[in-house]
Ligand binder design. Structure first.
Ligand code: SAH
Length: 346
């Protein structure tokens, strides 16, 4: 019977170096293998041509490379690409390539499904199966970088953790993946081009601040009134707006970086002046930006995009109060690739 081989990418560079030393070889081999695994994204040991046949066989005998597999790629009319990504255990997540005039953004998943229960989000209907490993997050980014080079003739420029899952509930692995993405031994991208989007887990927001990490933070707020937020994002009963604001204040005091809020305006839910005023009040303590995102229907009709008038009221009131505001149009709706639509429906 074959014993279960270890996923080689779960090893640090130091552990890889040690493996070779333990085998009576040079520690430097570890560096070579590490470079193949991360910088060159090798899918097999065979391609590691600067290693001897014996070394490659040794690796094969001890390890596997659990690379993701893009099962299906769908292209939207607007150029957006959605990848259905199969993991080594057969589970599937989705990631999205979003092209604009001069950028390519990768929207990646951090968990299979999601444990939160936002009423307006399709991913919430898939129960959380497991966290993604750092290499599974990294591979999604590499796949999109390759597609960007192939179809748009340029490398990936930005990454948003806005796919499936709550990144701050898989914080350690997200951080390890970002480490690889930003390190020269990986993709060498600037952390300023990476945004982690959270539904707002106060304890973890404070931890990010303490850890001094450099990526940007976006918070999915959707309402600054507790009872309304709890009705659409039930975990708000546990992580209340007061706790969230206190954590964000802590984060701002440490990082001095602007906070971005994501916000959808729905008819009859959060489209009154009282909702706008509560948002202005919530944002006041730090420089803020509000992204008003278009609602992407997920079928049952409970939620409807608010009227243009309601949106205008948000825009003008926020601007009057010195809060930066943008109105975002959805991308990739025709292939269910827009925010909140990722539900493995292909
Ligand atoms: N769990 C993280 C990241 C995933 S969701 C978070 O909550 O931030 C990415 C963004 O899409 C969030 O702002 C989320 O609130 C928003 N979203 C979810 N469902 C949506 C929908 N149907 N239409 C528009 N935006 C949606």
């Amino acid at each position: 019977m074959e014993t279960k081989k270890k996923d080689i990418r779960a090893l640090t560079k130091e552990q890889l170096r040690r493996f070779f030393v333990d085998q009576g070889d040079k520690a430097f081999r570890g560096n070579q293998v590490y470079e193949w695994l991360w910088q060159k994204s090798a899918h097999s040991f065979d391609v590691m041509t600067n290693l001897s046949k014996e070394t490659r066989r040794l690796l094969e005998g001890n390890f596997v490379i659990n690379h993701i597999h893009v099962d299906q790629m769908q292209r939207s009319k607007d150029g957006t690409i959605k990848n259905a990504v199969r993991l080594h255990d057969g589970l599937v997540v989705e990631s999205v390539l979003i092209p604009t005039a001069n950028r390519t953004t990768a929207c990646v998943s951090s968990q299979v499904g999601c444990s939160l229960d936002c009423k307006f989000c399709a991913t919430a209907r898939l129960k959380r199966m497991r966290n993604l490993n750092p290499d599974e997050i990294y591979d999604q980014v590499v796949a999109i970088d390759n597609e960007s080079r192939l179809y748009f003739d340029r490398p990936l420029s930005n990454i948003v953790f806005m796919g499936m899952g709550e990144p701050l509930m898989n914080y350690n692995n997200v951080l390890k993946a970002i480490d690889k993405i930003t390190s020269p031994a990986g993709l060498g991208m600037s952390p300023k081009r990476i945004t982690v989007s959270t539904s707002g887990v106060p304890k973890m927001i404070k931890k990010i601040a303490d850890d001094g990490v450099k990526f940007k933070l976006a918070v999915s707020l959707h309402s600054a009134i507790d009872e309304i937020r709890t009705s659409i994002m039930p975990f708000n009963a546990t992580f209340t707006l007061l706790d969230l604001r206190e954590a964000l204040q802590y984060w701002y005091n440490k990082t001095k970086s602007r906070i971005t809020y994501e916000y959808v305006v729905w008819e009859g839910i959060n489209d009154t002046k009282r909702d706008v005023d509560a948002l202005v009040d919530f944002c006041k303590f730090a420089p803020s930006k509000v992204n008003l995102i278009e609602y992407n229907p997920i079928d049952d009709g409970q939620f409807q995009q608010a009227t243009k008038g309601a949106l205008d009221q948000y825009v003008s009131t926020l601007e009057e109060n010195g809060i930066v505001v943008t109105v975002r149009r959805s991308r990739g709706k025709d292939i269910d690739a827009a925010c909140g639509q990722l539900a493995n429906k292909h």
